[in-house]
Design a protein around this ligand. Sequence first.
Ligand code: BGC
Length: 333
Amino acid sequence: MEYRKTEKDGVYVFLLKNESNQVYVTNYGATLLSWLVIDGHNNLQDIVLGYDTIEDYARYDGYLGACLGRVANRIAEGRFVLNGQEYKVPVNNGPNSLHGGVQGFSYKTFGYDMIDDSCVRFSLVSPDGDQGYPGTLHVSITYRLENDTLSIHYQAQSDAETLVNLSNHAYFNLDGASTIGEHCLRIAAEKFAPVDENGLVSKELKGLGEAMDFSSEKPIREALGSNDSDIAIAKGLDHPYVFASKKDPVTLYSPKSGLELVLNTSYPLAQIYTANYLDGRCGKHGVQMEAQSAICLEAQYMPDDIHRDPHSKTILRKGEMYDEWTSFTIRKR
Ligand code: BGC
């Protein structure tokens, strides 16, 4: 794959590789561009959606493969109070702030440090007041490929109390089909957070009805094709699932390619999003990316947690280390 290198802007593409995996990442948005693996039929599969040029990542929304920050997902009405002071962050998604604001981390050029063939660290200093958030925040995002596991390690420190909830927005499709419907999903969760028509989580968690229940593996089409009201309002899956188990809380399997992806993480939940707002825009190799042609497994803290929990884990105190990780293991079943 050829990416135009815009060296004058300090944007580069890095390859992490071993015998069975090639992972392309860029310091633009600390973004996962491609993950190439051999599937069950000996075909080469790129298991994440993306664009052909870095310019497209800068131009479009959708956050394909990007790091989300300072705060992934929504903050109601783009305001919150910390230490008795109200802060305003950009409203860029209906009435709410989404994925860190208009120029969130997905659109920033990170510093980089290629540690070895299988590890690269991206770093960023987000100044005090960046997108309205308080505190100078030093962030590092480390991608490491180890055997068939790609891990993302998030670290951050601030010189003043602030909010942080870092995630990654890779769009997975394990077989190249035009819909994710035949992929089988399992989520070790008994509860999820319903969302309103703007995608904002409600304060109360809800038990799983039939359609939303992935505690036993099932094809995603069974949920997408149902008339469940939680699915209808979000135009598909776009909900935080709270993990009931720490071990392998999410698995995604394509019977077509024989590939299985397993998520592990230090976070308590994942936003499961079936790419409901992809709109036919042009992706890699000129292929149009339609709604529900991929699935994002966005491990994070509870969205909008600052409005739910006065002791939210998304509050990062001065000098404290934010330290979280997510890993994806790809294997043949
Ligand atoms: C959100 C979606 C949003 C998408 C943007 C997801 O994390 O939950 O509602 O449309 O990001 O790509």
